[in-house]
Design a protein around this ligand. Structure first.
Ligand SMILES: *[C@@H]1O[C@H](CO)[C@@H](O)[C@H](O)[C@H]1NC(C)=O
Ligand SMILES: *[C@@H]1O[C@H](CO)[C@@H](O)[C@H](O)[C@H]1NC(C)=O
Ligand SMILES: *[C@@H]1O[C@H](CO)[C@@H](O)[C@H](O)[C@H]1NC(C)=O
Length: 294
């Protein structure tokens, strides 16, 4: 029971401004009107705090006020909040290992026994390692024991460390695997080298490196008249030596590769074991570098 109550206590102490938060209390005034699933999703008491939420420092807003929750990669559990406290949800994500995204929303729940309502709401803060995106916010609810569970006021946030730079798509989470790219459709290598950074993990460094490589390649085309090989995709991850994080790698490619070729978990060198962690893949949003047969 102690563990079950801890997140709530944490949320209560993490309130940025308790008075302001008070205006978004989750109890509906349902005694005066109908209380259906349709009423729940259009209730302005849920949409208003979602629309007015301030994006917490260190995070990027992925979507606002959807009527669906995310099913992203790398589920990290959830906590129940007593108010729609985006800052508190962010603080919990930040304090957890491997939390790089969160989703906060109102979920329709059966009412308490002595209530005049037919429904109540649970405010959930769900933690993910992979990015929450509009594309994976597809869970609109379900029906359980004849009770319709629906979602309202769903906001998604992605840690700035993994948020895509302008011109790049939301990352694909590859867990503890790095891309091991095969040759392209013409039997050519798409690998363009790597860069190492020894500071706090930040995917935007790799985006800058990728875009810089592409600009350089275009400015210095091959003398044989062939098409320059430009960076359209990168894989970034934390490399660890014997379990201790060493640095951030940015591996650049001319073509986008998917999860199916993310098979490189590391290597052994002498007595030392090098491993991959927190691996994410980013594609150029307008040109994924799809191979066309020559
Ligand atoms: C339920 O409604 C009745 C009649 O309107 C009222 O007397 C009672 O206080 C209400 N109960 C709750 C828990 O709101
Ligand atoms: C994405 O690729 C296109 C086509 O190669 C290029 O013009 C554009 O600059 C790239 N975007 C970024 C952010 O590098
Ligand atoms: C990066 O920093 C870590 C710890 O400070 C150190 O052990 C490691 O050798 C450094 N890596 C590089 C490539 O400089």
């Amino acid at each position: 029971m102690l563990f079950a109550t801890l997140p709530l206590l944490f949320a209560a102490t993490a309130l940025a401004s308790p008075l302001h938060q008070h205006s978004s209390l989750y109890k509906r005034a349902c005694a005066t009107g109908p209380d259906t699933a349709a009423d729940f999703v259009k209730y302005t008491g849920y949409s208003t705090p979602a629309l007015n939420a301030v994006t917490p420092p260190g995070y990027t807003n992925a979507y606002t006020n959807l009527q669906a929750s995310s099913n992203a990669d790398g589920y990290g559990g959830f906590s129940v909040l007593s108010t729609y406290d985006v800052a508190g949800c962010a603080a919990q994500c930040t304090s957890r290992a491997n939390c790089n995204a969160f989703n906060i929303f109102y979920e329709r729940a059966p009412a308490a026994a002595n209530s005049n309502c037919t429904s109540s709401a649970t405010i959930k803060c769900v933690f993910w390692t992979g990015a929450v995106t509009p594309a994976n916010a597809k869970n609109t609810g379900s029906t359980q024991n004849n009770f319709q569970i629906v979602i309202a006021g769903s906001n998604g946030y992605v840690a700035s460390a993994i948020a895509p730079s302008a011109g790049y798509a939301m990352p694909v989470y590859l867990s503890n695997n790095a891309v091991q790219a095969p040759l392209d459709c013409n039997g050519k290598d798409t690998y363009l080298g790597f860069q190492t950074f020894n500071a706090t993990f930040d995917a935007s460094r790799c985006a800058a490196a990728c875009s810089a490589q592409a600009a350089y390649a275009l400015a210095h085309p091959p003398s044989d008249g062939s098409k320059p090989k430009t960076c359209q995709f990168f894989n970034t991850y934390v490399e660890s030596k014997n379990g201790v994080a060493q640095d951030q790698k940015c591996v650049l490619y001319s073509q986008t590769w998917g999860k199916s070729v993310a098979t490189n978990t590391g290597y052994a060198y002498g007595q030392d074991v090098y491993s991959v962690g927190m691996s994410y893949a980013y594609s150029n949003a307008t040109d994924a570098g799809v191979c066309t047969k020559a």
